[in-house]
Design a protein around this ligand. Structure first.
Ligand code: NIG
Ligand code: FE
Length: 400
């Protein structure tokens, strides 16, 4: 009756408002979907007996497979040199304004072949998977011209095909102004809207569209040009918003009913309330906050009070968050942003799924994809508690 059954496990189902814990639970899969989940004692026993494969989890905890809903993991080169410059006193913003930062990764990415980008990105992806990630979002944004932007997205698709993981792609051509458009920022935003975005949509390479709305990147008006084009192409939008200053990004994201607005360290209470009303998810990126030594924290208390859903992600990128561990982000989310364990864990499962517009995963519930992460831990809080180490002892993607 079932293809596979996992027994002798504790479950964090994420059903309801909390972790939805079930001690001594069982999960059953059929055709890649969860067919049954609940306490082992209530498992329809004759059916379990007919499962093709039964796994004894020896007391492990099973969570929905983790979802890293914000990464830039396809890029050329690295920025360790800039890290040293920052250690010597330069700020992230100063380096960007001097033509380094994102633009230095653009130079390295443009120079890299599709094969080279794939080879560089694969180990980064594998590091995330090893911790129990089963869905990952990957953005472009280091090409800033059609050819390289599409190449990055093609690499992201190929990574998904070559690994047991679901990859969701996002076009982030509006990430910085390329040298060809120096001094013509609005013209570049129009070029993204009229040329790059339609090309990515035509080739089916983008599942969503993102932009960097910031004083070192694009204004809300320029971002709106890109978002209008996304709407015309039928693509959902996301936004890098209010990371370095309050630039009205959260409110803009809400106006476009964005799936998410991300960063939000400087988002205003009004912006946060607007996002909650629009149903957008707040994606918190403690790795970036930590790594660029941003002192302002996202207003988690206001987000809670507004009933805004909060997700957590690595923001894996060479400049502001060279983070290859989503589990570490759980720890940073709790320590730096004061998230509760429940908030942090829902942030990498059910709310991360919402940040990607995916209704078919993020919880353990019949009918959803059977994506599971198994951990050798005594209680879920351990996933947020350890700094380093990896208790992941099993991973299942679509029942396999
Ligand atoms: O999410 N904020 C813009 N984009 C990235 C950083 C990109 C980079 O520095 O290469 C971020 O922090
Ligand atoms: Fe980012």
């Amino acid at each position: 009756m079932f293809d596979r059954v996992w027994l002798n496990a504790n479950l964090a189902t994420m059903q309801g408002e909390g972790l939805g814990p079930i001690e001594d639970g069982a999960v059953a899969a059929k055709d890649g979907r969860i067919a049954w989940v609940g306490p082992r004692a209530t498992l329809p026993l004759p059916l379990a007996g007919h499962a093709a494969e039964i796994t004894d989890c020896a007391g492990a905890w099973i969570l929905p497979g983790l979802i890293d809903c914000h990464t830039h993991l396809v890029f050329g080169g690295d920025r360790a040199g800039e890290f040293e410059q920052r250690l010597a006193g330069a700020t992230y913003e100063e380096i960007a304004r001097a033509g380094g930062g994102i633009l230095s990764t653009v130079r390295a990415t443009r120079a890299a072949t599709e094969e080279a980008l794939l080879a560089a990105a694969a180990p980064r992806l594998q590091a995330l998977l090893a911790e129990g990630v089963t869905t990952v979002e990957i953005k472009s944004g280091y090409g800033l011209e059609a050819g390289t932007e599409l190449r990055q997205l093609r690499v992201a698709r190929r990574l998904g095909a070559a690994h047991p993981v679901a990859v969701v792609t996002t076009l982030l051509a509006a990430h910085a102004v390329p040298p060809e458009f120096a001094g013509r920022r609005t013209d570049y935003a129009r070029h993204v809207a009229e040329v790059i975005l339609p090309a990515a949509a035509r080739e089916g390479l983008a599942d969503a569209v993102d932009a960097f709305c910031e004083r070192i990147a694009f204004t809300p008006e320029e971002t709106a040009l890109v978002f209008d084009a996304a709407r015309a192409a039928g693509l959902p939008v996301k936004l890098h918003a209010d990371q370095l200053c309050d630039f009205g990004g959260a409110a803009l994201a809400a106006r476009y009913r964005a799936l998410s607005a991300d960063h939000l360290e400087h988002a205003s209470p009004e912006g946060i309330a607007a996002m909650a009303r629009a149903g957008s998810v707040a994606v918190l990126l403690p790795g970036a906050c930590y790594f660029i030594r941003e002192e302002k924290r996202p207003d988690v208390a206001a987000m809670r009070a507004a009933g805004l859903r909060m997700a957590l992600a690595t923001d894996m990128n060479p400049g502001s968050s060279p983070a290859l561990s989503l589990l570490l982000m759980l720890n940073l989310g709790c320590t730096l942003f004061r998230l509760t364990v429940t908030e942090a864990l829902r942030g990498v499962t059910v709310h991360a799924a919402a940040a990607l517009g995916l209704a078919d995963r993020g919880r353990l519930e019949p009918g959803l994809r059977c994506d599971l992460a198994l951990y050798r831990i005594a209680r879920p809080a351990e996933l947020c508690y350890w700094i380093g180490g990896n208790p992941c002892c099993g991973r299942v993607v679509e029942g396999l």
